[in-house]
Design a protein. Structure first.
Length: 256
């Protein structure tokens, strides 16, 4: 039981929103300014991007390292909602991104990019093959998957200790039909991770420790669910399979 508790605490730290402590960047009441379409606030001498006004731009958005002389360190909630861009480049100065920064209404987004030195500087974010990752406590998790990535199948099969999907990571990934994590000692899926992925039909999760709140909600076509639940622990968020074709109830899984 102590081993299970320790594992649970580790996952609470890695996937903070399981405990209701997702990465919140509060900027709503702060005074805003704008520099070349990037709306920002200033906090402790650095900039937080809160909005982007050039929503009709269809190329690659280059988030700047500075705006009006302030170093950009954070990207706020729904900062790029409604953007028609095809890709986003994130500078290595950014150390904090709200899970919903790129979550909604970005139908053309095909790739994320980061400064090649980002993962060796002060940033925990890095891009690989167009997907944005975050390193937390030495583990890498998928932070954001581009909405318009053409692949219909995405599988994590390399093997290792932990494979994780962050909050809102695959939200509205409409081309995705199949997702799998296999070959890892543990796997976990955070809150709203696949929310509204309307064409997702099949998921496979080996050695699953945690599924967050509404993790697969509104995946209307999802009916093929293969979840190998680790016997030590199962954290199951409310309404994880709300509005899907999956009919089995995993919420009653006995973790004792």
């Amino acid at each position: 039981m102590k081993k299970a508790l320790s594992l649970f605490l580790a996952f609470v730290m890695i996937f903070g929103s399981f405990a209701g402590a997702s990465n919140v960047i509060a900027t709503a009441t702060a005074e805003t300014s704008e520099d070349n379409g990037f709306v920002y606030t200033v906090e402790n001498g650095y900039a937080i991007i809160t909005d982007y006004t050039n929503t009709e731009f269809t190329g690659q958005i280059e988030i700047p390292e500075t705006v009006d002389g302030y170093t950009v360190k954070k990207i706020g909630r729904e900062a790029f909602r409604g953007s028609l861009c095809t890709s986003v480049s994130i500078p290595s100065t950014v150390t904090e991104i709200h899970p919903e920064a790129f979550a909604y209404d970005m139908p053309n987004l095909e790739a994320y990019y980061t400064n090649p030195l980002a993962n060796s500087s002060n940033s925990d974010f890095y891009a690989n093959n167009g997907i944005l990752y975050q390193t937390v406590y030495g583990f890498s998790m998928i932070f954001a998957y581009p909405k318009n990535a053409p692949e219909k199948t995405y599988k994590i099969v390399s093997g290792g200790t932990v494979a994780g999907v962050g909050a809102f990571a695959f939200c509205e990934a409409d081309n995705l039909e199949e997702f799998a994590i296999t070959g890892y000692q543990y796997s976990a899926v955070d809150n709203y991770a696949f929310y509204g992925a309307k064409n997702l039909k099949k998921i496979t999760l080996e050695n699953c420790i945690a599924i967050g709140e509404k993790a697969f909600a509104n995946c209307e076509k999802l009916d093929d669910v293969g979840i190998e639940i680790d016997q030590m622990l199962m954290l199951f968020g409310s309404d994880a399979f709300e509005n899907t074709a999956f009919t089995n109830d995993l919420s009653n899984y006995d973790t004792d």
